[in-house]
Design a protein. Structure first.
Length: 299
């Protein structure tokens, strides 16, 4: 069983005929027929039925198809890996919290595009917990997230920077002029949750003993929507400071006199079995450099 035989097989399936497969692969129709016959003889099965109106896969052909496609795909990946001589290349599917995508990672994306043009990045902003689960099961190659430093089963992680959090309200909110806050002040206020699923929400609410039966909760997936809701006086929110620095500076939001007793960090995670991927290694190194420079420029 040779790769060229499998390629002939999958191309016949895709095009629906031996003649069209030959044209697609830029070879003669007898060559396609010879390769399919050799594949059938090697496997001891018939892959196609020749019918008056064309061809039809047999049950053996149907069973072989996904394996053939996987072998061809793996062969192509191996060929590219060898010919690139270890240079980072290929596609990386990345998960990220929206706050990081919008406020931390755009310079990183720009750097990667210029420095490693053979690496194709696909960045998806969604629930952080779902991102890490998707990395574990292979749907994502890696993910950026905000959380406490702790072991994460099946993943390698690296800390990029501390991520300060700040409790904010609109300038006309009842708590905006207070010099100090009690936990009752906080738990009695409407809580706006940005980035539903972010782990720092759970840390915050456990710290203050928040009970959503005492005060309403407004859940918003959009960071910008959460900021507008808070600015208009709908509630208070704990958010990464990097996401609200502009609004704090111009007075659209005010910082409330409360600081978290816990710390969270922007981190990067990838599967342990993906540690030797040159593209992942390049992204880890670039992220550490770009985020470090970004933090230094703000201090």
């Amino acid at each position: 069983m040779e790769t060229r035989q499998l390629l002939a097989f999958t191309t016949v399936v895709q095009t629906g005929s031996f003649t069209k497969a030959a044209a697609t692969l830029n070879c003669s129709q007898p060559t396609i027929t010879t390769r399919i016959k050799a594949l059938e003889e090697g496997l001891g099965v018939v892959l196609f039925r020749r019918l008056p109106r064309g061809i039809q896969m047999t049950s053996a052909g149907v069973e072989l198809l996904p394996f053939a496609r996987n072998i061809i795909n793996l062969t192509e990946k191996a060929r590219k890996a060898i010919t690139m001589n270890g240079e980072p290349h290929g596609k990386l599917v990345i998960g990220s919290a929206q706050s990081l995508t919008d406020y931390r990672l755009l310079p990183l994306i720009e750097y990667m595009c210029w420095r490693y043009p053979s690496v194709q990045l696909s960045l998806h902003s969604r629930n952080a917990l779902n991102n890490l689960s998707s990395v574990r099961d292979g749907q994502l190659d890696c993910a950026f997230f905000i959380g406490a430093i702790e072991p994460r089963e099946g993943l390698e992680t690296t800390v990029l920077c501390p991520e300060p959090l700040t409790l904010v309200a609109g300038p006309n909110h009842a708590l905006a002029q207070r010099q100090s806050l009690t936990e009752d002040d906080i738990t009695g206020s409407t809580l706006v949750r940005a980035e539903n699923g972010a782990s720092y929400h759970e840390l915050f609410e456990n710290t203050i003993g928040f009970d959503d039966t005492r005060a309403p909760v407004l859940e918003l997936d959009s960071v910008d929507a959460a900021k507008r809701a808070v600015a208009s006086g709908l509630g208070i929110a704990l958010m990464p400071e990097v996401t609200v620095s502009a609004e704090l500076a111009d007075g659209r939001l005010v910082r409330l006199p409360w600081s978290p007793t816990f710390r969270v960090y922007t981190q990067f995670g990838w599967r342990q079995d993906n540690s030797t991927n040159p593209a992942v290694t390049a992204l880890v190194s670039a992220a550490a450099q770009v985020v470090s420079d970004q933090v230094a420029s703000l201090t």
